[in-house]
Ligand binder design. Structure first.
Ligand code: 2M8
Length: 429
């Protein structure tokens, strides 16, 4: 693409602003998503942030992932938050999770994008001996995390990822979780003080009922000493999440590619079997009525029947028949005719659509990026470019917000946000 001088200058200014955000949010070895609202290290945020650092400091990019894996538990589990330092600005902090680890961590995980990010890092670099060493050192840790998913997060053996907390999905208050979480007993939650709503407009955040349920599920995990087997089999929230499943499937494909680069031939069959299991099981998430991949509640067996941004991650995972893909593209056409900027986190035709409230409508650059990558890989380059240009326009017009209103383009959540800056540098800008 050719830019006019003024748009070139604008791009350079935004590049500089994005780099400054990552530097400001860098706490030395790890980056906070936003200094005020989220003062710790978050799992999938850090993976995306590494891609941003790769634009100007490759060493720092690798360090981000290496630091995250320093908090890996012995059994391969990789926590969703690492509390490297205390900070009273966020709730629930380390003492609420009470996971008895050093460093202190939460007891749940997040979408496993690390393997894919490591592959992007490797592919975009000079393939130096030093980077090969770093990749080789991370590889067994990522494999161990994927094995943890296979052992502890697929109790029915369907090849799908079971999320045991809405926070694990990264799409915290998606309406997909309203029904599955409705059975959570909140009677023993007691009183607590939220911090998010003192930093941000409560209208943009999950509700009090959402938080009561989040905390009741945390209490269950804590009461069971974070025994992930027990939690995945008997916990109060158990959902086959379309987002985590698609992301793990792609991550396994990328892990296999890393294994091949590193010549770890003894692992090929195991990783191939995981890929095949998910590929074979994915149709359980296809909903014929809405013609899309949707998450499914394991407790009731019920499909959410909701089209979310995660539904389109099937392209990224490399699954879907031709007919299924056509239906999904038709949904993209329809959705884009209803709003100004793609990709909203929920179908705007759904009654639960809420343009400013977090994962119930706003556009999130990271998911839009993954969907765009998938569309590009599957030959849908026009759609991939549309998603990129829309994301770039949202950032250019509004700033580096946590998320954006798909109707007005307004920023929602925190500003000067690390993963939005990273997505600008690695992809959208
Ligand atoms: C949001 O989630 C945290 C809990 O993990 C929160 O709202 O307190 C989500 O957007 C999640 O996907 C993200 O990783 C995290 C930090 O950016 O914030």
């Amino acid at each position: 693409m050719t830019y006019s001088t003024s748009s070139q200058t604008q791009t350079q200014t935004l590049d500089a602003a994005a780099r400054a955000i990552l530097k400001t949010n860098d706490r030395g070895g790890y980056t906070v998503p936003n200094g005020r609202v989220y003062p710790f290290q978050w799992n999938w945020d850090s993976a995306f942030v590494a891609l941003g650092f790769a634009d100007f400091d490759r060493d720092r990019a690798w360090v981000e992932i290496e630091t995250l894996f320093e908090a890996q538990w012995d059994d391969g589990f990789l926590p969703h938050i690492v509390f490297w330092k205390d900070d009273s600005g966020y709730f629930p902090g380390a003492s609420v999770w009470d996971a008895h680890k050093n460093p202190a961590t939460s007891g749940i995980t997040q979408p496993p994008v690390a393997a894919s990010v490591i592959r992007w890092l490797w592919d975009s670099g000079s393939k130096s001996a030093r980077e090969a060493e770093r990749m080789a050192a991370l590889y067994p840790k990522v494999l161990k995390w994927h094995r943890w998913f296979a052992r502890h997060r697929d109790p029915e053996g369907r090849g799908l990822v079971v999320a045991t907390h809405p926070w694990e999905t990264g799409r915290d208050n998606s309406p997909e979780w309203d029904y599955p979480a409705s059975g959570v007993d909140i009677s023993a939650v007691g009183s607590y003080e939220r911090r998010d709503t003192s930093h941000l407009d409560a209208q943009m955040r999950p509700t009090k009922l959402d938080y009561d349920r989040y905390l009741a599920i945390v209490q269950f995990g804590r009461d069971h000493d974070w025994d992930h087997d027990v939690i995945a089999r008997t916990g109060p929230f158990r959902v086959a999440d379309v987002g985590m499943t698609m992301i793990l499937l792609r991550a396994n494909r990328d892990l296999l590619a890393l294994a091949k680069i590193l010549g770890r031939s003894k692992d090929y069959a195991e990783i191939e079997a995981s890929i095949e299991k998910t590929r074979a099981g994915i149709d359980w998430l296809w909903n014929d009525e809405v013609e899309a991949f949707c998450s499914r509640d394991l407790i009731s067996g019920r499909s959410s029947a909701m089209i979310t941004s995660a539904s389109f991650l099937s392209f990224y995972a490399g699954v879907g028949t031709e007919k299924q893909n056509q239906s999904l593209i038709a949904h993209l056409d329809r959705i884009s005719s209803k709003i100004d900027k793609m990709l909203p986190s929920l179908d705007p035709d759904h009654e639960a659509f809420d343009a400013m409230r977090y994962w119930r409508g706003p556009c999130w650059a990271v998911v839009t990026f993954l969907v765009a990558r998938g569309l590009l890989d599957e030959g849908q380059s026009e759609w991939a470019e549309r998603l990129r240009l829309d994301t770039a326009a949202l950032i250019r017009d509004t700033g580096f917000y946590e998320a954006f209103c798909p109707v007005s383009g307004r920023g929602t959540g925190g500003d000067l946000f690390s993963w939005t800056a990273a997505m600008w540098l690695f992809w959208a800008g």
